[in-house]
Design a protein around this ligand. Structure first.
Ligand code: HEM
Length: 451
């Protein structure tokens, strides 16, 4: 990263008095930020309401913020709009508190857990396919955004807590949907900080209370008696001892955050994968061929995922074009300079994997879907921070391995049974909410590929 001594204000759109660029950004944040990057370059500044923001996209700048200067760029003041979902969890805290939390939560993601999680994934996917069977027989469409959400909710709830009765599972899933939708609706609402009683707000509070009630009942039971074996909760409790252990309130926050972070992202990525495969038949044929060759019709286990190499490349390319975490933020604690532009302390710095994954200095024909970009020889030529679907540096996603093998297993299981073809309808466009998902819906017809 070249740090030069001159300090200039970065270029960027002027916007309106008081509101700055808020009205334009709110209308279509993804397109607005893309336009800004095209027009003004790698460091763009603008006022979003009263706050000055800096939009960065160059891999060197991403590395500077996420890897080389992590102590100077903090997260917590930038996360107020999602606090209802993430509480005081590792996802939002900083400094020594973050370091301790990360150590306490890491045991949940040890490779020794993977085989148990794989059987949870397998079972939930097979349950879903049984439900799909009757839809396929009746020729009814399947809407994949909601189906993938339902599936990944079942998986993360059982991975965290073990066996949960079906009705309770569905009730927690529905409550998560209500809470996430409400927080998402307010992300770009200029009045979100005004605490007015609204029906939506009441529904969200009710839903959050249901999720929190479920989590705290499970946590209390686990602390009172034996922790549920082979679960994230069990692993965290089993590894913590004495004064270092998390309190019940801290555990509740961590598990609630895992429920949210562990399904919204993966569900969006899976919905995009089915969309991409239905648009790119050559890739779909290769993926189906690989699944047949590796699995011969049986459900994949954890030992199979390393052989599903093309499936992995399809996932990598989907995460490049449609990174579920399309935007993340940091706040510099001191003045900084990037490529000669000053970044004042206290500003809001936005990093967008969506923009970085299309940076013309790194990616040829960036809008083109080409899973073979991730062939090892081609991937090795790219700077590490050019590809950041899971972030980077010490705060890189703690669930990235889980997410990858979960998606490989789901895709391979479904692709051996069905081919999913998009039904005619309104064009599918990226919706930039809490995650980047395809919208308004991904309606497909199921075609059986095997008995
Ligand atoms: C395709 C799926 C996923 C994507 C794209 C994704 C993306 C990300 C990104 C970009 C970050 C870093 C954010 C930042 O630096 O501001 C992150 C952090 C995090 N993710 Fe994921 N994630 C995924 C799946 C998961 C899963 C399955 C879990 C848990 C089961 C999870 C739990 C977390 C947590 C707890 C953090 C905070 C880590 C920390 O700050 O130390 N994620 N994720």
């Amino acid at each position: 990263m070249s740090v030069v001594s001159s300090r200039r204000l970065a270029p960027g759109p002027t916007g309106y008095p008081l509101m700055g660029v808020f009205p334009m950004a709110r209308r279509d944040p993804l397109r607005f930020f893309m336009d800004c990057a095209h027009r003004y370059g790698d460091v763009v500044t603008m006022r979003l309401g009263v706050r000055r923001i800096y939009l960065l996209r160059h891999p060197d700048h991403v590395r500077h913020v996420l890897h080389d200067n992590t102590r100077a760029y903090v997260k917590s003041p930038t996360t107020t709009r999602v606090r209802a979902l993430f509480g005081d969890s590792l996802t939002v805290v900083d400094g020594e508190r973050w370091r301790q939390r990360r150590q306490r939560v890491l045991p949940a993601f040890q490779p020794s857990q993977h085989a148990h999680f794989a059987s949870v994934i397998s079972r939930a996917t097979i349950d879903m396919l049984e439900r799909w069977q009757s839809l396929a027989e009746r020729g009814e469409p399947v809407e994949l955004v909601s189906e993938m959400r339902r599936l990944t909710q079942a998986i993360i709830i059982r991975a965290c807590f073990g066996e949960v009765p079906r009705l309770e599972l569905e009730a927690v899933g529905e409550a998560l949907d209500v809470a996430v939708a409400h927080v998402e609706e307010r992300l770009w609402n200029p009045l979100a900080w005004v605490k007015l009683p609204t029906p939506g707000g009441a529904r969200c509070r009710h839903a959050l209370a249901a999720v929190e009630g479920f989590v705290s009942r499970r946590v209390n039971e686990a602390r009172r008696s034996a922790p549920p074996p082979h679960t994230m909760l069990g692993a965290i409790l089993g590894a913590s001892t004495g004064a270092d252990s998390l309190t019940a309130a801290q555990l509740n926050d961590e598990l609630k955050a895992l429920l949210v972070a562990g399904h919204t992202t993966t569900a969006s990525a899976l919905a995009w994968t089915w969309y991409a495969l239905s648009e790119h038949h050559d890739a779909r044929d290769r993926l189906e061929e690989e699944c047949r060759a590796v699995l011969h019709g049986r459900a994949p286990g954890i030992e199979d995922v390393s052989g599903l190499r093309y499936t992995r490349r399809v996932i990598d390319e989907v995460l490049r074009l449609y990174p579920p975490t399309w935007l993340t933020a940091r706040m510099p604690l001191q003045d900084d300079i990037l490529s000669g532009y000053s970044i004042p302390s206290g500003a809001l710095v936005l990093l967008s994997p969506y923009l970085t994954h299309r940076h013309p200095v790194v990616w040829d024909d960036p809008e083109h879907f080409d899973p073979d970009r991730f062939m090892p020889a081609r991937a090795a030529t790219r700077p590490a921070f050019a590809y950041i679907p899971f972030g980077g540096g010490p705060r890189r996603c703690i669930g990235s391995s889980f997410a990858i093998f979960e998606m490989q297993m789901i895709i391979a299981t479904v692709a051996q049974r069905y081919r999913l073809d998009l039904l005619p309808g309104p064009p599918i466009l990226p919706i930039a909410g809490l995650t980047l998902r395809p919208g308004p819906a991904v309606r497909t017809r199921l075609h059986q590929t095997s008995a």
